[in-house]
Design a protein around this ligand. Sequence first.
Ligand code: ATP
Ligand code: MG
Length: 392
Amino acid sequence: MDRVIIIRYGEIFLKGKNKSYFESLLINNIKHALKPFKHEFSRSQARYTVSGYDVDFEGDIVDTLKKVFGIHSLSVADRVETDFEGGFPLVKESIKALAIRLSEENTIENPTFRMTVKRADKHIPMASFEIAAELADTVLKNTSFTVDLTKSDYDIKVDIRENGVSYIYTDVIYGAGGLPVGCSSKGMLLLSGGIDSPVAGYMMAKRGMKQLAVHFASPPYTSERATQKVVELRDIISPYTSEMPLYVVPFTDIQLAIHEKCPAEFMITIMRRFMMRIATVLAKKEGCTAIITGESLGQVASQTVESMTSTESCAGLPIFRPLIAFDKEETMALAQRIGTYETSIQPFEDCCTIFLPKNPAIHPNLKKVEEAEQKLDIDRLVAEAVENVKKF
Ligand code: ATP
Ligand code: MG
């Protein structure tokens, strides 16, 4: 007997002729994610199995796989030789061990179970339900459990495969769902230290978008620790995005120039227009086809329709805003689930919070913004920022 992790994929099933492309991406991403662990990977039809690992790391491997998009569900199973002619001795032995363990761990009063057998091996001259009845007997003999087929506390599953092996397991663990990262091109995520943008990156990765991230820092107004926080956020979401190189752009000179030369009410809008220009240059250099932000409609002055329109005209690529219709509460719940929340709420300054005007224009007029910007040497400022970018 050995322990294995069964992987089932989700939406790829719908992909018809392109299925093999999606599958090979998913397999590559799984192999990439599992690089830190000794293991063997194998596939048979629509299922993959991971085996040959150190059982001490089983939980870590499952946690790692739960972050790989494209995986619908996982099960940790015992894999044994079927040996039907011999009367399933190894299957029964494994079920006995499982039943004893469940019984020891059980805290439910009058626990019930059901046995579900799937028989892909059609050479076996017994129906699935007959096999299930025989195997259920092993559970009945070794526990105080009773059978309940409709609402059982424990659902013991036995998959009898064609290659002479059977898989025995109870739990189905849900994976991240979505599509394998890499199937939907590549995007440049504007990653601040806040709650929203890491979640936005997660959302786009869910639909298969590979990503790089860009962060704008304004030292000495923003500290080294603030940038470190962004690196930490990147590290938390990169298991979902497969990997995520991070650019840090020096933004101080641009902010000082805007502060000095442009009306305060347009400070934020003009600043965000620069972010878009710089992100576009970096994105195109990296072969990205979209820019991603954590904006949500109406959340702050810079996220009204007019504000977003006036920054959009500086982006040379489509902007994806997966959180556009999310309430803050929904984003926060998701941030907690993916593990970015605690880091995001650490109180470090963001470049957006310095030189913040008292009365920013909530519905900035694009013409006026463009006029105000004329006082700046836009091309030079963008070129300098791009030249001095640091890649993590
Ligand atoms: P977040 O929680 O993601 O910081 P926010 O609610 O603070 O969002 P804004 O500060 O208006 O909103 O920023 C809107 C979006 O602009 C962010 O979600 C992010 O994508 C991008 N952004 C803001 N500041 C930066 C920055 N310093 N570096 C990179 N991107 C940024
Ligand atoms: Mg922010």
